[in-house]
Design a protein around this ligand. Structure first.
Ligand SMILES: Cc1cc2nc3c(=O)[nH]c(=O)nc-3n(C[C@H](O)[C@H](O)[C@H](O)COP(=O)(O)O)c2cc1C
Length: 138
């Protein structure tokens, strides 16, 4: 696949109030299946209250899938943290990696930042850079 024109989009959202662990498994399963078909890669991380997801792939594929995800009732307050064009994928091997950040001590920094960002209405380029750096530790 030609990798010259990739879109990398990161958003944060609030997990729906009654969303169970089983539903999160289902989201993960749906994401892996659809993203493999659409050549979308990325990662979905979560804390107790928030999802943060990075999606990367062909521009239209990512935009279309994000529009669908943003309307999903299993989360609310969907806000884009960063949207940029990239030449290479950050997570080429994950159609949708899932990390329960709170289960992993080594991801405590990322969990703390997600919980902080989760309360913010919008984000600066500095916020986006901080998240991008923390995602490199995954
Ligand atoms: C936080 C969150 C992340 C999601 N991520 C993806 C994703 O990466 N890819 C995907 O296809 N669906 C994702 N979904 C599910 C979509 O909103 C939608 O339910 C799904 O794509 C529908 O799949 P279907 O057309 O196979 O029924 C996500 C949903 C939530 C709540």
């Amino acid at each position: 696949m030609n990798n010259n024109n990739l879109l990398q989009l990161t958003y944060i959202s609030r997990i729906g109030e009654h969303v169970t662990a089983a539903q999160i498994e289902q989201i993960h399963h749906q994401a892996e299946k659809n993203n493999a078909r659409l050549h979308i890669t990325g990662v979905l991380v979560l804390t107790e209250d928030y999802f943060m997801q990075l999606l990367e792939g062909e521009i239209t594929a990512v935009q279309t899938q994000f529009a669908k995800i943003a309307k999903d009732p299993r989360h609310t307050d969907v806000r884009i943290v960063s949207e940029k064009s990239v030449l290479t994928r950050q997570f080429p091997h994950w159609h949708m990696g899932l990390t329960r950040t709170l289960d992993h001590h080594e991801h405590a920094d990322l969990a703390a930042v997600i919980n902080l960002y989760g309360k913010q209405p919008h984000f600066s380029p500095q916020h986006a850079d901080a998240i991008s750096l923390l995602f490199r530790s995954l």
